[in-house]
Design a binder for this molecule. Structure first.
Ligand code: ZN
Length: 389
């Protein structure tokens, strides 16, 4: 196994060993590690026997800065290679050694905590990070790792508590992150069909961060589910006001709410505002739909939309209207129009609907934590992949 590892391993290890030997030559204190021991270590690594090398290393009589560095270098290399058991053995043995200076002890403990994380033994990792915090070492990093552990475990209550500790230690607001965790709790309540608790929880998210678009969208859906269409429309509208990128996510729900409340003027006003605020073609598509609902011909509005905001969404809607027009049917053009319409819809359906503003990841569905870069609240709808029509 070490055949492939060896050339890669040897270079940084060799550098560390060279540094240790150089350091030894410059100091007059007793040697912490003899050159022949180092040679033996390299031989064991070269002869594909890393466990013997670990045994030799952990038996080194005295620990000074250079030998600790050697342990850490080797341990980290094993961890990077995914050989967590070997990394753990080195770091655990080193930490149990008496006489380790406090700064070195903290360094080893930090590595050990990352080993446990990689091994998936999260309670051990957390305990080591907590010990570092208690010792006043690597405090913000450790608190952030504790937060990550709870986040990965989807333990949102503890993740909130960890984020608050991090906020206090770092002096930087984590309110937007905490609001996302509150939204996760709201989502859990919603999935458990506990609508009132979900609403309370979404409001807690807004207490934390009034600009949390996700909480407003969630409240909109929850109120809509309770047939409170006025409150739902207000929540959807607020989400759009906070971030116009979310127009594709709110336009259809707002249309539904206006149908239920009979408040079509409010929806028309929203569309007029949306034309001003956003560069989307969707308001034209929605207006055409309203005209069609009233039995009026929407082709002029769609032609205007194509002129001002050309998009696949307007074109698809236009073709759908055209294929039903008597003159088009009489001319035998309804079938070509219908196949063009279907092709466009298929193209739109296969396009990504969302995109992460941080890393560019483009999923088909909304994720509030980007699966690629792990940032929260960075994924927004792509306008072109509209949902209306
Ligand atoms: Zn991302």
């Amino acid at each position: 196994m070490l055949d492939s590892l060896f050339p890669w391993l040897l270079l940084p290890l060799g550098l560390a060993l060279g540094w240790a030997l150089g350091r030894r030559a410059r100091t007059s204190t007793a040697a912490a590690i003899a050159p022949e021991q180092l040679g033996g270590l390299l031989t064991q690594l070269a002869s594909d026997d890393p466990d013997q090398a670990i045994a030799a290393l952990t038996q080194v009589a005295e620990l000074d800065h250079s030998t600790v560095e050697l342990h850490l270098t080797l341990g980290n290399l094993f961890r990077k290679r995914g050989e967590i058991d070997r990394a753990l053995r080195i770091h655990e043995a080193l930490l149990s050694r008496p006489g380790l200076a406090p700064d070195m002890q903290a360094q080893v403990r930090r590595e050990l905590a990352f080993d446990y994380m990689r091994a998936g033994v999260m309670d051990h990792a957390e305990a080591q990070f907590e010990r570092l915090v208690a010792d006043g070492r690597y405090v913000t990093e450790s608190l952030d790792q504790i937060r990550t552990i709870y986040e990965q475990g989807r333990d949102w209550e503890h993740a909130i508590a960890a984020a608050r500790r991090l906020e206090a230690a770092q002096g930087e607001s984590k309110r937007d992150l905490i609001a996302q965790y509150e939204c996760e709790l709201a989502d859990e309540a919603r999935r458990a069909k506990n609508v009132d608790e979900a609403i309370r929880q979404a409001k807690r998210a807004l207490d934390e961060d009034p600009g949390c678009v996700r909480a407003h969208l969630m409240l909109g859906a929850l109120y809509e589910g309770k047939q409170d269409f006025g409150a739902a429309a207000q929540a959807y509208l607020r989400a759009f006001q906070l971030d116009a990128h979310f127009l594709p996510d709110v336009i259809e729900p707002l249309y539904r709410c206006s149908q239920k409340t009979g408040h079509s003027e409010g929806f028309l006003q929203f569309l007029a505002d949306a034309k001003e605020i956003s560069s989307s073609s969707l308001p034209y598509v929605a207006e055409a739909r309203l005209l069609a609902d009233e039995g009026l011909d929407p082709t002029d509005r769609l032609a205007q939309g194509l002129e001002v905001r050309p998009s696949r969404a307007v074109l698809a809607q236009f073709l759908e209207v055209l294929e039903k027009q008597p003159a088009v049917i009489a001319a035998g053009l309804d079938k070509p129009a219908a196949s063009l319409h279907r092709a466009l819809r298929r193209m739109m359906e296969s396009s990504p609907r969302y995109q992460c503003g941080n890393c560019g990841f483009s999923p088909r569905q909304q994720f509030w934590q980007c699966p690629s870069c792990k940032r929260w609240g960075t994924i927004t709808p792509i306008d072109e992949a509209m949902r209306l029509g």
